[in-house]
Every structure is written in structure tokens, then in C-alpha cells.
Design a protein around this ligand. Structure first.
Ligand SMILES: CC(C)(COP(=O)(O)OP(=O)(O)OC[C@H]1O[C@@H](n2cnc3c(N)ncnc32)[C@H](O)[C@@H]1OP(=O)(O)O)[C@@H](O)C(=O)NCCC(=O)NCCS
Length: 314
């Protein structure tokens, strides 16, 4: 076997690394721009956690591990854990120990940052997928299991054909009933901002405030206010839903308000708004079977990918 050299990522390797990801991770279109946004300008990115494998001067492997340095807004601290969000070995160089070498390098890096647990790959906000795609990368899943990783659960991503979307009669009636009860569901307006952030901090601490902040900034610069839907009652926000391009979500209802149909109304309002923007498809990357049964299946969402979210104690 030719000698493998493992070196930390450096800027001059960018194009070759992106090409490798495109050639290897066939289910995940990763453009240079996406890599820049999700990796290189991430405040937690550290080249030492991003090993590149080189054989005869050619890049044949890449891995990305992250140890958070800056806390995620209001989220519970995760200093004890690290994340692996990418791992790829060129198809012609697989099964030669290169993936193992990259993985060892990443685990050593995370240990050196005092992480006790490693997760593949739910790193908010810049994960690529919630875990290993069990169909597209079945070999990748076996690889991680062989190295002592265990499945936590299997998140799913789903797509919905918006052209077929019909808002069921009962959802329309539910919205009327909610209105009579004092719950208004409407698109973003700036007056709702303080209550919206109060709600997000209390109910969904972490990444959701960023989604809302970025959506609001874009709306104030010309995007449609129907990108963001808010349910509110007596001056307090009780639910929120959002889309960006074809990506639907996040959507969430206050714990104490679940079961009233607010989530259904928010979902259909948002999907309808997407449809009226001319979009043909809505998708999301990360949900679970239970939510699919309770919410998404009836609206016409079908499973497109299934992932294994993995963990290992270091
Ligand atoms: C997963 C991956 C990074 C492993 O890299 P690698 O260099 O091939 O792995 P190694 O040679 O170090 O280890 C190989 C071991 O992993 C397991 N393994 C790897 N690929 C496998 C496959 N396609 N089928 C079954 N087992 C596999 C086996 O146990 C194998 O040992 P063996 O060859 O003695 O049977 C590489 O196969 C890859 O890039 N796959 C496509 C992308 C992917 O799945 N990435 C992970 C999810 S993001």
C-alpha cells in the first residue's frame, strides 16, 4: 500500500477536498459555497479537527470533527461532547485503513479538547445530515459500528409535493375555532418580535432563535413575511413555523399548548405560503417517526432519507 499522510486542513486544499466530497458523498450535494458557509466560517472550525488524507500527493480522504468553543445561544452546554460531521474516503481508496486513520485522528483531537462523548453528526447549527444515511452509506454505518459507535435513533428526512397540497376541511375549521378561543395565526409582523423571542428562549433554547433572527432580517430586506408564521394568544406567542426556500421548518408549539391543533394550522399555513411562492416541493432534513405520524404523513410528506445518529464514549 502507498504511504498515507494525514495533515490538518489548509486553505490551499479547499478545491480538492470539495471535489473529494462530491465524488464520495454521492447523496449529498456539497458545493464549495456550502462548505465555506458550514465549515470554514463556522466559529468552532479548527483545522486540527479536520484531517486530510494524502496518497502520492493526491487527496483521498477527509474528516471533520468539531469541539464547540462558543456556546450556542441559550442551549444547554455541550462542552463534554464533540461531533463528527463529515467523513469520506475516495471510492478507489476505501478498505485500506484510511478511514480508520482519519477517525483515530478526529477522536484524538476531541480527546485533546477534553470531550468525553462523540456524536455523528448532530452539530447545530452546521450539521450536514443528522447522522449516517443508512441506505446511501450502508458501508459507512458498518464502519462506525465496527469502531465502537452505537445507534441512538434513526431520524428521517421527508419531502412533500406541494402541487398536491390540499388543506383539509377540519384544519380550516380548527383555525376558526382557535380564533374564537383567542388564538391568532398570522405571518410575521415586527410587533410580534419581543413575544416571539420570549417564546423561543423558553420553549426551544438553542438554534431556533438564529433561524428566526435570520428570517426576520431577510424579511425586513424584502423577503415575504409569509416565510415566518406565528400563533399568539393574549400577547404571548404559542407557536411558530418557518421556511427558507424549499426547506420547511423549524415548527414548534409551546409544551402547554400541544393537542389544540395549533401545529396543524401552522404547518398548512406555511406549506400553502410555500406553494403560493411557486415552490413545487417542501422538504426537511430532520424529524422522527412519531412526528411524521402525528403531523407530516397526512400532509403528503414521504420519507426520502433515513439516518443513524451515532454515539461513542471516548
Ligand atoms: C466509511 C468510509 C469513510 C470508511 O473508510 P475506509 O478507508 O474505507 O475504511 P477503513 O479501510 O479504515 O476500514 C474499513 C472497515 O470498515 C468497515 N467498512 C468500510 N466500508 C465498508 C463497506 N462498504 N461495507 C462493509 N464494511 C465496510 C469494514 O469493517 C472494514 O473493514 P474490512 O475492510 O477489514 O472489512 C468510506 O467507506 C467512505 O467514504 N464511504 C462513503 C461515505 C460514507 O459512508 N461516509 C460516512 C458517512 S458521512
Amino acid at each position: 500500500m502507498n504511504k498515507v499522510q494525514i495533515t490538518p486542513f489548509s486553505g490551499d486544499l479547499l478545491d480538492q477536498v470539495v471535489l473529494l466530497l462530491q465524488q464520495t458523498l454521492h447523496a449529498d450535494p456539497i458545493s464549495r459555497s456550502l462548505f465555506v458557509r458550514k465549515v470554514l466560517i463556522d466559529p468552532n472550525f479548527d483545522p486540527d479537527g479536520a484531517p486530510v488524507a494524502i496518497v502520492n500527493g493526491r487527496i483521498v480522504g477527509f474528516g471533520l470533527s468539531v469541539a464547540r468553543r462558543l456556546p450556542l445561544e441559550d442551549a444547554p452546554p455541550d462542552w463534554d461532547r464533540g461531533y463528527i460531521t463529515l467523513l469520506a474516503v475516495h471510492p478507489q481508496h476505501q478498505r485500506q485503513g484510511i478511514g480508520t486513520a482519519l477517525l483515530q485522528h478526529m477522536e484524538d483531537y476531541l480527546r485533546s479538547r477534553e470531550r468525553k462523548l462523540v456524536l455523528v453528526s448532530p452539530y447545530a447549527p452546521n450539521y450536514f445530515t443528522p447522522g449516517v444515511d443508512v441506505n446511501a452509506y450502508a458501508g459507512g454505518l458498518r464502519f462506525f459500528l465496527k469502531h465502537g459507535y452505537r445507534e441512538v435513533y434513526r431520524p428521517i428526512s421527508m419531502d412533500c409535493n406541494l402541487l398536491n397540497l390540499r388543506v383539509p376541511e377540519w384544519v380550516q375549521q380548527r383555525e376558526q375555532t382557535l380564533l374564537q378561543e383567542g388564538v391568532t395565526v398570522e405571518p410575521y409582523c415586527p410587533q410580534l418580535i419581543p413575544a416571539l423571542f420570549r417564546f423561543l428562549r423558553a420553549e426551544f433554547p438553542g438554534d431556533w432563535q438564529r433561524f428566526a433572527r435570520e428570517a426576520i432580517a431577510r424579511i425586513e430586506q424584502g423577503d415575504t413575511p409569509t416565510r415566518l408564521w406565528v400563533a399568539h394568544e393574549k400577547g404571548e406567542v404559542v407557536g411558530y413555523s418557518h421556511f427558507e426556500g424549499e426547506r420547511f421548518g423549524p415548527i414548534g408549539v409551546a409544551q402547554s399548548q400541544r393537542g389544540r391543533g395549533i401545529g396543524q394550522v401552522l404547518m398548512y399555513r406555511t406549506l400553502q405560503a410555500m406553494r403560493l411562492q411557486g415552490l413545487h416541493t417542501a422538504f426537511f432534513l430532520w424529524s422522527d417517526d412519531r412526528t411524521a405520524e402525528r403531523l407530516y404523513n397526512a400532509a403528503g410528506f414521504t420519507e426520502t432519507r433515513r439516518f443513524a445518529l451515532l454515539r461513542k464514549e471516548l
